[in-house]
Ligand binder design. Structure first.
Ligand SMILES: [Zn+2]
Length: 192
């Protein structure tokens, strides 16, 4: 899921050894929330297509992507049409709800602002979402969705943070209520 970032400063590219590992042991499926280069890599997709037949899910403006709900192994994957955060609201974007032993909602760059008025939304155990969900009103969205845990992504390295995102998150922590917050390091595996 969005695991093939190219470098878009201040965000780092997926390390070479991870890309090589992904081509050696091919994933069962590729999921992309949108076409931005810090989430998607067309070169990897064409290499994957030459070697594997697994489904590729994503918005309609990315070639070869399906928007159909489907079962991948034991996991049921539902793409949810979603609006990208900020000024990129015109590009295709889906988020993904993954249902197995837990329900995980992977937001990609989906804006937290769009969920407030919608009803019948998924009720995730775990929300995997960009930093906007961990600052200010984003916490109300996380709590409103009923998530027990927030895994926060899309942060730059702490010592190379031109937008002050780490400070913004730390000064909003009093709003998180009972939600467990986890911010993984680059390359870290999160056990859900
Ligand atoms: Zn984006």
């Amino acid at each position: 899921m969005d695991g093939l970032s190219q470098e878009v400063k201040p965000y780092l590219a997926t390390p070479r050894h991870i890309r090589e590992a992904l081509l050696k042991e091919l994933p069962d499926a590729l999921l992309f929330t949108h076409c931005h280069e810090d989430h998607y890599d067309a070169t990897f997709v064409s290499e994957y297509l030459q070697m594997a037949a697994g489904p590729i899910l994503g918005p309609a403006d990315i070639p070869f992507c399906s928007q159909m709900k489907q079962k991948i192994g034991e996991i049921c994957v539902t793409p949810i049409p979603s609006r990208h955060v900020g000024k990129y609201d015109q590009i295709g974007h889906v988020s993904f709800v993954l249902e197995g032993s837990q329900c995980v909602w992977f937001m990609g760059d989906a804006s937290p602002l769009q969920w407030g008025k919608q009803t019948e939304l998924p009720k995730p155990d775990v929300l995997v979402a960009p930093y906007a969900y961990g600052v200010g009103n984003g916490w109300n969205v996380v709590k409103g969705l009923g998530a027990k845990k927030l895994v926060l992504l899309h942060l730059p390295a702490r010592n190379a943070d031109p937008f002050g995102l780490w400070d913004a998150i730390e000064s909003s922590l009093d709003q998180k209520g009972d939600v467990e917050l986890y911010i993984p390091d680059m390359n870290e595996t999160v056990n859900i």
